[in-house]
Write a protein that binds this ligand. Structure first.
Ligand code: DOR
Length: 431
């Protein structure tokens, strides 16, 4: 592999900020960081920021089983274009990622991808919420994160057992696995296609109340207390959910959580168009919820921003609102939305998108770490001032269901490097 120098950028990582060139050796590791460096090949970072690659804890890659919507390859390409060097596949594939055989298949497919593809495993067999999946067998293959995402584990006793069992799993090199919850009480949310409130009443679309999410957040905080095991809350979307996690953290309980880009930037008023591109689960909420999720991001209650990238075919999303599947694309727009919409210092935004999720997933030895000699060169170069307009047809995802079509955004990925290989150069995917 030729050596590479990333020249003329402002380097930002968890340790701070400095103007420096970054040289990558022929094995894909950072060799030097400093002034006036050279190498076989030069990537221009003038006027841009050089940062650790982004890490997404919540990507639906649809393989196996729904390759018409996305594949591991197309999802990983979309991720690389969005500045990600590591993404975590969700297990609600067909069949579900709930045992070693499918974990192996997904990891194998991921090996050729232009992004480091990790996979989560289901907590219960078939994500059916009835029987514990073989967590230790999957952990032995490197699975660090378990969730029934798409559904919550409704049975409190089973969730308690899962937490107790998971905390006994010993990982090579230390650390522990994370149990993550899609918080939704399925009985209370049943039949709801958007947030229950002013807009669902006006539109005549059955809603699901905020309490459907909040009941499971409340219950799992109680289970974290009972078992001492760590719970990660996925895609939190309501004011009271954020308040409960804030209080749980203040009480020293082992909880962490993520918010999605769409819950930070869109409200249920979008559903007035009856366009299912705005249908998502948990649903888009009120202005007060969006403000509370933003406040949670600002004060550190929310540990990281995840995409919940959920590709669906055009055909599926052309159905009526109550028939269409929930979910929206996110990997190619998350960083620019953060830069455009969230009033955060760039280092704080990068913490939310890179080093904090990397630490939660336990991949911080490879992703999100400081940019210093010896580290794997998983990097992104960002033009923070470049503007562009979201064109669904131009996305690399196999699907088109972005809720941001036509939106003008600030901030573009110039280059992405995966283990030293430039997989995106000047905004173009290289493979
Ligand atoms: O909107 C969503 N889409 N929420 C989920 O929990 C699942 C996801 C999907 O798989 O499409």
């Amino acid at each position: 592999m030729p050596t590479v120098v990333i020249k003329g950028g402002r380097v930002i990582d968890a340790t701070g900020e400095r103007a420096a060139d970054v040289v990558i050796d022929d094995e894909g590791r950072i060799a030097a960081v400093g002034a006036d460096l050279s190498a076989d090949r030069t990537l221009d970072a003038g006027g841009g920021i050089v940062a650790p690659g982004l890490v997404d804890l919540h990507s639906h890659l649809r393989q196996p089983g729904q390759e018409e919507a996305e594949t591991i390859e197309t999802g990983a390409r979309a991720a690389a274009l969005g500045g990600y060097t590591c993404i975590l596949a969700m297990p609600n594939t067909v069949p579900a990622i709930d045992h070693a055989g499918i974990v192996r298949e997904v990891l194998e497919l991921g090996r050729a991808a232009p992004c480091d593809v990790r996979t989560s495993g289901a907590i219960t067999v078939g994500r059916a919420g009835e029987q514990l999946a073989p967590l230790a067998e999957m952990a032995a293959l490197g699975v660090r994160f378990f969730t029934d995402d798409g559904a919550g584990v409704a049975d409190a006793r089973l969730m308690r057992r899962a937490l107790e069992y998971a905390s006994g799993i010993k990982l090579e090199g230390g650390g522990s696995v994370v149990l993550a919850q899609h918080c939704e009480d399925p009985v209370l949310s049943a039949g709801g296609h958007m947030h229950e409130g002013e807009w669902s009443s006006r539109l005549g679309i059955p809603g699901q109340p905020a309490e459907a999410e909040e009941l499971m957040v409340l219950r799992d905080i109680a289970l974290a207390r009972l078992t001492g095991a760590r719970v990660h809350f996925q895609h939190l979307s309501t004011e009271r959910s954020v308040e409960m996690v804030r209080a749980a953290k203040a009480n020293g309980l082992p909880v962490s959580c993520e918010a999605t880009t769409h819950h930070l930037t869109l409200t249920h008023a979008e559903c007035a168009s009856y366009d299912p591109v705005f249908k998502v689960n948990p649903p888009l909420r009120t202005d007060a919820d969006v403000a509370a999720v933003r406040a949670g991001v600002a004060d550190g209650t929310i540990d990281c921003i995840a995409t919940d990238h959920a590709p669906h075919t055009q055909e599926a999303k052309e159905a009526a609102f109550d028939q269409a599947p929930p979910g929206m694309l996110g990997l190619e727009t998350a960083l620019a939305l953060g830069l455009t919409e969230l009033d955060l210092p760039i280092a704080e935004l990068l913490a939310l998108l890179s080093w904090r999720p990397a630490a939660i997933l336990g991949v911080d030895d490879e992703h999100g770490g400081p940019i210093e000699p010896g580290r794997p060169a998983n990097l992104v170069v960002i033009d923070t001032e470049a503007t562009w307009t979201v064109d669904p047809a131009a996305l690399a995802s196999r699907s088109r269901n972005t809720p941001y079509a036509g939106r003008s955004l600030r901030g573009r990925v110039r280059h992405t490097l995966l283990a030293g290989e430039p997989v995106v150069i000047d905004g173009e995917a290289q493979r």
